[in-house]
Design a protein around this ligand. Sequence first.
Ligand code: SF4
Length: 266
Amino acid sequence: MPSDSIAAVERGPRANSQIKVEDAISVLSGHYGPFEDAPRLDPAHEVVLTILSQHTSDTNSARAFRLLMDRFGTLEAVAAAGTADIETAISPGGLARVKAPRIRQVLNLVLQLNGSLDLSFLREMPLDDAKAWLRQLPGIGPKSAGIILSFSLGRPAMAIDAHIYRVCRRLGLIGPKVNTEKAHEVLEAAVAPEQVFPFHVSFITHGRQVCKAHRPRCLECVVAHGCPSRDQFIDDGPEAAPPGGSRQRGAKSPMPHSLATGEVKT
Ligand code: SF4
C-alpha cells in the first residue's frame, strides 16, 4: 500500500512525515546499499540465532551461534543437551544463563508441537498465522518473529528494532504514541511487501550509522530534507560532515542479523 493512501489513523496519532516511506527507502537503500550477501539459515537455526542476538551485538551472537554448533553439531543435539552444557558453549555471547534454558525450552517445544525442527511449513502459512505460530515460543516477540520470517524465509514481515523505531519516529512515519508493537502493524500496512526487506536493512543501517540515539548526525543525513526532527538536533560544529557523509560509494554495507557482520548494536 503506498504511503499516501495510508489513513492518518493507521500511522498513529500525530504522525507528521514530510517524506513518503517509499521515498525514504529508495534514498536510504541507494545510499547504504548494496548490502553484503549473507548466508541464510533455515528457520530453526534462525530462531536460535535470534534468541542469541537479543540484547547483544551481532558479533557476539554470531560467535555464540558458531560455538554452539561447533559443540553440538545439530539443533537436535542441542535440544537433548543439558542446560549447563549449552550455557558453557554460548557463554562468550553474553546472557548465557538466560539464553541457554530458553534455547533448550524453545527447541523442545518446537519438537513437541511440530514433531521435528523443520519449520519450512512457515513459508506457506498465511503471514499472520506464521507470526502467531512463532510468537507462541518463549522469548519470540513481534520483532524476533519478523526477523525469522524475513531473513530466513523471505516473507514480508516487519521486524522493528530500536534503531528502526527511532528513525521512523524522527522521520514522522509513525506518531509519538505508537509503541513498538503497534509500529509493526502500522509499518507493515505502509510498506509494500517487496520493500519490507530493503526497508529493514536500510533503516537499521541508518539508525546505527547516522540517526544515532544520542547524537544523530543530521548534517550527514541523506533524508534530512524530509525530516521534521532535524532542527531539534542540527549542530553546525566544525566536525560536521557534508550532507551525504563520507561513505565510499560502491562499498557494501554489512548485512544486519548476519553471521558475517561485525556491527555492534547500541
Ligand atoms: S535528519 Fe537527523 S533526526 Fe532526522 S532522520 Fe536524519 S539523522 Fe535522524
